[in-house]
Structure formats: structure tokens, C-alpha cells
Design a protein around this ligand. Structure first.
Ligand SMILES: NC(=O)c1ccc[n+]([C@@H]2O[C@H](COP(=O)([O-])OP(=O)(O)OC[C@H]3O[C@@H](n4cnc5c(N)ncnc54)[C@H](OP(=O)(O)O)[C@@H]3O)[C@@H](O)[C@H]2O)c1
Length: 221
């Protein structure tokens, strides 16, 4: 969700390498189905997080606001690795609260890949979003099983509580965390209690726009 306002493009390596009729096609859902047919989707199962936090580890302020995130100066419109990350992602699993936040933005639907919203209270996806979003129910492992059964393997996990549930079950393989140098004092946290420590390795650290740092962590198993 961090990059919801960027103009995402699907002109990725994966599309460049696919059969000609697909690279000429502008219907993204069609491309997604066809890529699966041609076995060009990712086959490795992995769950990754790409998220921005405050210095004190919040992903939104106490009212769910993310203005502090949107107002970060980015004069060169650096996408901070987002497109590359999305190229390697089959679909997004989003918590219901994050989905509702995205719906509240006055912008066209920002994602070019399938989005699955995990919710056990929503009865259905509201009408304008049904074209882009599917509802998943049940527990995290059941949801993953459903997606893996469809060949959807490389997943972007988004939403604080949802990420925490994945971490509780040790189901997160990579964390890409961009830190905004602001202390919010309180808010919606990225992390919560765990039953056991989870060790990660830092694959890379980058600095953007002289104020943001981005760390890419991989779970050591
Ligand atoms: N800084 C960033 O980059 C960033 C990124 C994403 C989101 N955000 C912000 O984070 C806030 C939303 O995060 P959040 O932590 O409040 O909620 P969330 O993780 O987006 O959604 C939580 C909801 O997802 C549903 N859910 C279903 N199964 C679940 C499970 N196993 N574990 C956890 N949730 C499950 C539940 O809804 P039901 O009750 O319907 O089952 C639950 O209340 C928003 O303010 C958004 O703007 C910021």
C-alpha cells in the first residue's frame, strides 16, 4: 500500500519474456491467466512484506492516518524498488482494514496484480472492487493453501495485523521495510508479540532521498 499513488506499470521482465500476443495485450487479468498457462508465474512459494514504518515502528497513526507517509519529499519520484518487487509477485493478500483504507482513497484502483482480502466478517467485496479483488476466508494457512492450489505462490502480505498473524506462524520469508524518520509516539504497529524469536539476515540496506532507509531482511531457516 506504501506505493498506492505511484503509476504502476505491468511492463515488466515477465511480460517482456512472454509470448508476443501477451506482450501486446493491455488486459492485465487476461495476461495473468495466460502467464499461468505458460508456466511463467513464480513457482517458489514465498510470503514477502514491502512496507513503510515510522522510526518507532508504526505503519499508521492512531487514527489510521498515513499523511506522514504520503508527505515524504520524493523529488525524483524514486519508486524505491517497488516495481521490481511487484514483478516478482503473483498476488497481494491484504487485511480487511488495509483494503478499506485503499478503498477510501480517491484514486483509480492502484494494483495491477490480483488482490485477495482476508476477512471473516465481510460477506462480499463491495461492487466497484469485485473486478480486482477476491475475498478469502478462514485462517492464514487455509488461505495460503487455497492460493497455492491455484499456482499463486509469490505473495505480498499487507496490513499490520495480517503481517503479525503470518509472523506468529513463521510464514514470512522476506521483510522489506522502508523507515520514515518520524516518531509518531503511538499508532498501528507493524510488529506484535511472538511465541518465539525469528532470526532474519539483512540482505541489503539502501538510503533514498537523503532521509529514508530501506532494509531488506530474509528469514534465516
Ligand atoms: N505504512 C504502510 O506501508 C501501510 C501498509 C499497509 C497498511 N497500512 C495501514 O495499516 C492500517 C491497517 O492495518 P491493521 O493492522 O489495522 O489491519 P489489517 O492487517 O489491514 O487488517 C486486519 C483485519 O484483517 C482481517 N483478518 C482476517 N484474518 C486475519 C488474520 N489471520 N490475522 C489478521 N487479520 C485478519 C480481520 O478482519 P475481519 O474482522 O473482517 O476478519 C482483521 O481485523 C491502515 O491504517 C493502513 O493505512 C500502512
Amino acid at each position: 500500500m506504501f506505493h498506492k499513488l505511484t503509476n504502476l506499470s505491468f511492463t515488466t521482465e515477465i511480460v517482456n519474456n512472454c509470448p508476443l500476443h501477451l506482450s501486446l495485450c493491455s488486459n492485465k487479468n487476461y495476461i495473468f491467466q495466460e502467464l499461468k498457462k505458460f508456466n511463467l508465474m513464480n513457482t517458489n512459494k514465498r510470503n514477502r512484506v514491502y512496507i513503510a514504518t515510522s522510526l518507532d515502528g508504526y505503519i499508521a497513526d492512531k487514527n489510521g492516518g498515513i499523511e506522514w507517509l504520503e508527505n515524504v519529499p520524493n523529488p525524483e519520484n524514486d519508486d524505491m524498488g517497488y516495481e521490481a518487487f511487484m514483478t516478482e509477485t503473483d498476488a497481494i493478500i491484504m487485511g480487511r482494514n488495509t483494503f478499506e483504507t485503499v478503498c477510501s482513497f480517491d484514486i483509480p484502483w492502484p494494483y495491477k496484480i490480483p488482490v485477495f482480502v482476508l476477512s471473516n466478517t465481510l460477506n462480499s467485496i463491495p461492487n466497484p472492487y469485485q473486478e480486482h479483488v477476491q475475498l478469502l476466508r478462514g485462517k492464514v494457512k487455509e488461505a495460503l493453501k487455497q492460493l497455492h492450489g491455484k499456482g499463486i505462490n509469490s505473495l505480498y502480505i499487507d496490513g499490520g495485523k495480517l503481517i503479525q498473524s503470518f509472523l506468529k506462524e513463521d510464514l514470512i520469508d522476506e521483510l522489506i521495510i522502508t523507515t520514515i524518520p518520524i516518531l509518531l509516539g503511538e499508532g498501528i504497529p507493524l510488529f506484535s508479540n511472538l511465541d518465539k524469536p525469528l532470526q532474519f539476515e539483512c540482505l541489503s540496506s539502501k538510503k533514498f532521498t537523503n532521509s529514508l532507509s530501506q532494509n531488506h531482511y530474509i528469514r534465516l531457516r
